[in-house]
Design a protein around this ligand. Structure first.
Ligand code: COA
Ligand code: MG
Length: 282
């Protein structure tokens, strides 16, 4: 998944538009983009979406957070629709993920299919509990992060400076997500870039994210799809190089070390190469 496009769960028109786009995944959002008065109606729109839709795209549903009055009823409807993933917002610890995991297992439709992505930096509590996401649930497949809710929790006026650079606390949250994902042996997905008319800013942020180890990026507007897909596509030359590294190490007569084009390569290079090939296959 390179691009994961958010679409409000109560907006059938945008959902149709997303289905006709080049996004890899659609996130039907029942949480922050849906007003309180539309929470119940949004469930019906999502039901209708699944009834009408047959698509190759990956479908993700973001339910409401586990400290709200909505998430149980969301799960009662969503689990049986068996989306590819459920995105759990404001996950406070691995315990929240285990709770959702158990509900998925109870649904005969979802049990064979539905995995979980967790938003793990939206409250300070989640950040302090980052280690608890390791081994918390067999369906957990990725961690992602958000700066908007975290800045609201902290009481900050904004999360970026005048140049569009995240303040240190949000850079820390982002890094923590990356480390948490690696610790839990799942993928890391980068957060949204809200200034959706700033193509250069989006590209720059996406390039840094890919270089640092994120596997894809959540987006909020169709015009962001092309840029994010381009940046997160694993290129043929990256794959060819990774395969050379794997080949050199696996056939090395010197144990875990080898030389490739005059450079020493060993286990970290091998591990990185395996990840590149794995990423291509997802
Ligand atoms: N998915 C699908 N279609 C979208 C879209 C999205 N996320 N965002 C915009 N579009 C469509 C619009 O409906 C419009 O379609 P039209 O030309 O057929 O009328 C077209 O793209 C251009 O949209 P634009 O006028 O530039 O933006 P807008 O004012 O309609 O919407 C937002 C702006 C931010 C409200 C909208 O992009 C959005 O809803 N994003 C997702 C918000 C969200 O889910 N947030 C939660 C996670 S952070
Ligand atoms: Mg939010």
């Amino acid at each position: 998944m390179r691009s994961l496009l958010f679409v409000p769960a109560d907006d059938a028109k945008k959902q149709a538009k997303a289905l006709n786009s080049e996004t890899d995944a659609i996130i039907l959002d029942m949480e922050d983009s849906v007003s309180l008065k539309n929470k119940v109606m949004a469930r019906d729109v999502v039901k209708e979406f699944f009834a009408q839709t047959s698509t190759e795209k990956i479908i993700i549903v973001r339910i409401n957070a586990l400290d709200t009055e909505f998430w149980r009823d969301d799960m009662a409807v969503i689990a049986d629709l068996a989306p590819d993933y459920i995105l759990v917002p404001k996950a406070r610890s691995g315990e929240d993920i285990a709770t959702i995991n158990a509900l998925i297992e109870k649904s005969s439709n979802a049990a064979n299919k539905t995995k979980i992505i967790a938003l793990v930096t939206e409250t300070p509590e989640s950040i302090f509990n980052m280690a608890s996401f390791k081994n918390c649930a067999n369906r957990l497949s990725a961690l992602t992060w958000g700066a908007e809710d975290l800045s609201a929790e902290i009481g900050a006026q904004t999360n970026k400076d005048q140049n569009g650079v995240y303040f240190p606390v949000y850079q820390l949250a982002r890094s923590w997500c990356l480390l948490g994902a690696s610790n839990a042996e799942v993928s890391a997905i980068d957060s949204v870039f809200t200034n959706f008319k700033d193509d250069d800013g989006l590209r720059a942020e996406a390039i840094v994210a890919k270089t640092e180890g994120f596997w894809g990026k959540m987006i909020i507007h169709p015009r962001q799809i092309k840029i994010v897909n381009e940046v997160f596509t694993v290129s043929d030359s990256e794959i060819a190089h990774a395969k050379e590294v794997i080949d050199a190490i696996e056939n090395s007569k010197m144990g875990g070390v080898a030389q490739l084009n005059g450079e020493m390569i060993d286990q970290p290079h091998y591990k990185r190469a395996l990840r590149v090939v794995m990423r291509q296959q997802k």
